[in-house]
Ligand binder design. Sequence first.
Ligand SMILES: C[S@@+](CC[C@H](N)C(=O)[O-])C[C@H]1O[C@@H](n2cnc3c(N)ncnc32)[C@H](O)[C@@H]1O
Length: 210
Amino acid sequence: MPDEQRVPKPASTQGYAEQAEALIPQYEAIPFVKRHEAELHLLPTAPSRILDIGAGTGVDAAWFAEQAHSVLAVEPTAEFLTAAMRLHPSPLIEWLDDTLPGLERVLSRGQRFDVVMLSAVWMHLDETERSAGMPKLASLLAPGGLILLSLRHGPIPAGRRMFEVSGEETIELARQHGLEVVLNTLTGSLQPGNLAADVTWTRLAFRRGG
Ligand SMILES: C[S@@+](CC[C@H](N)C(=O)[O-])C[C@H]1O[C@@H](n2cnc3c(N)ncnc32)[C@H](O)[C@@H]1O
């Protein structure tokens, strides 16, 4: 993609371009059903519209496409986006360079989604960005749609920008935008480096309250 068409790289992506070469195989190594075991039961089975924000190498987007879902995969780190398009070519995946919290390119399309996924992304945003981002996520949900969001807890990898964000804070922020929590569970890590560092994950799911 020509540079003039790229969105400015947000501070939240700090460290990813430099570390992409090492991270790509790590992200690709763990299958979707293991990474997302806690929320599998909530996923739609009929072909649905998925928005994967901070899609990384596209490993989750690829799984959704294999299940016949159509996916808009959003990723601001050029090194990941390029790798994702090469590793997971699929007519069911559309790739987009865009960023939280604004999501201007996504919102300009006027689409709504059955699943909005933010796997290991939300804790890269500071408090102001999280407050600005949550109403955007809520507005992108189709009726009955689901937001899946995971939060990393533990030591911050060198060179990255991350915040300690609690499940409780995220549930309260979501509630303020009409979202009801339907999953709140703590899991361990699967990636060897994170496992060794005792990293844990809060896995949340939200639906619009009635
Ligand atoms: C830990 S990786 C997770 C990648 C993928 N979701 C996964 O689970 O394998 C975090 C991702 O969030 C992306 N990211 C960071 N800041 C972002 C922002 N402001 N908007 C969208 N994505 C962002 C990074 O570029 C990176 O791909």
